[in-house]
Ligand binder design. Sequence first.
Ligand SMILES: NC(=O)c1ccc[n+]([C@@H]2O[C@H](COP(=O)([O-])OP(=O)(O)OC[C@H]3O[C@@H](n4cnc5c(N)ncnc54)[C@H](OP(=O)(O)O)[C@@H]3O)[C@@H](O)[C@H]2O)c1
Length: 176
Amino acid sequence: MEVIGIVAISLDGFITQGNKPGSAFTSAADKVWFSQTLETFSAHLMGSVTFAAERETITRAAHNTSSKIRLVFTRSPGKYRSLARPGRLEFTDAPPADALRYIRALGHERVAVLGGGQIYGLFLKENLLDELWVTLEAKVFGSGTPVFAGEHRKNLKLIEVANLDPNTLLIKYKPE
Ligand SMILES: NC(=O)c1ccc[n+]([C@@H]2O[C@H](COP(=O)([O-])OP(=O)(O)OC[C@H]3O[C@@H](n4cnc5c(N)ncnc54)[C@H](OP(=O)(O)O)[C@@H]3O)[C@@H](O)[C@H]2O)c1
């Protein structure tokens, strides 16, 4: 099973522009790349705040697609009982490694970790990411949600760089 973190950041390492939720700041090129890329992953993992920012879209897609699972991390899974659909949209307070074992047992081989900062931080800290794919937008925000919540001392190996458009880089890393 492959576990890939996918994130779009500003030059100063934020995943939101100030306190505006969501990632509307990304370039048109990233939006196209991201939606095509996401199709290649059958499991989409995220935190409850990221889920809340795209709740309608994710819920609709999850209720209509049987081949993918969206798994949302929350310390209060019971709050979401009416939205949950087994195997399609689930809410969990399981530790991330246990959640991955569960996803694998369901037969999913490609897992996208979609943030936000708390969830990227958790997966990085626990060494659960096989790769991290970063879209670097040529923008400076000054404030926002940092890409990795928490204290980290990690080295990553650069494995690939590509231009999505003249201003936007896609950078792939492997944690060491
Ligand atoms: N630019 C990008 O690529 C990108 C990507 C993703 C998200 N975003 C944006 O980033 C923002 C969200 O980031 P965020 O860091 O604030 O939140 P987040 O990581 O999306 O979600 C945080 C929530 O996850 C749950 N959680 C955290 N640790 C947990 C654990 N150990 N076990 C179970 N649940 C746990 C908690 O939910 P409960 O409070 O429910 O317990 C916590 O409030 C949003 O605005 C989103 O749109 C941007």
